[in-house]
Ligand binder design. Sequence first.
Ligand code: FAD
Length: 256
Amino acid sequence: MIIEYHRPKTIEETISLLSREDPCTVVLGGGLYLNEKVKTQIAVVDIQSLGLDTIETKGNKHILGAGVKLQQLIDFDQLPSALISSVKHQETYNRRQAATLAGTAITADGRSPIPAVLLALDAELEIVGKNKQSEMIHLGDFLPFRENKLEGNLVIKIIIPSNTKTAYHYAARSPADRPIIAAAVSQWPSGRTRVVLAGYGDQPVMVLDGPDAGGAEIAARDAYSEAGDQWASAEYRADAAAVLVRRSLNQIAENN
Ligand SMILES: Cc1cc2nc3c(=O)[nH]c(=O)nc-3n(C[C@H](O)[C@H](O)[C@H](O)COP(=O)(O)OP(=O)(O)OC[C@H]3O[C@@H](n4cnc5c(N)ncnc54)[C@H](O)[C@@H]3O)c2cc1C
């Protein structure tokens, strides 16, 4: 339950509020997760007056404000089509008007399409903490430790490359359902290839980050060789992971 609401105009004020121990104070993005899932008493700090809702392209990077709404990613029209596909897959039109990019990345679970594509893009988070200094952290290093990394901290930007070819493919019980198995693959001009799987577990997993795509299908099959649960057997997931990775690599090759 939300017991206090703040809407600061500066990052300094935001960090001061987040540093309080009592009441427990957290960032409010779109509030979808906080409203549905958090049952304890919390104070919230709404970030909508901080100007964190911009999208810029500089050099070969897209710099996405933490408070960018998911629908803005679609409307910007210059982001990787795989990221846009994952946004349309994960959230409906109405929810896309509220959900923020940072809130969505932070609440990733194993079946979350958008964080899977962000991880394939090797997204970096810019975080400001109690000492008011900002630090960069890769999403892959952030997710396993997110509870500690978030304490008193504010994500201000998410940075992704603008020069990759990226593909996202999934299988689900219906097109709008969450994936039972998904593959997100990015390839840089150098040939560097990152492969991420989703559909199982606590968070999407990176299964390959190499100088080229060699071994990607085998790595995908191995990574999900024990990924069985009520939705699908491990055998199905391992087979389908290899197929979806191949499909993603073919799509990337065809776009050359
Ligand atoms: C009922 C429900 C159904 C869902 N269905 C799906 C689904 O089908 N598929 C799927 O993949 N996902 C699903 N999700 C996950 C959903 O996509 C995300 O929870 C949502 O996008 C969160 O975005 P938000 O901006 O509303 O986050 P909020 O609720 O505002 O915040 C989420 C968390 O992130 C923290 N936070 C937010 N912004 C920042 C910041 N800038 N800095 C630091 N911390 C921050 C908050 O403190 C909070 O802990 C579902 C969630 C719910 C509650």
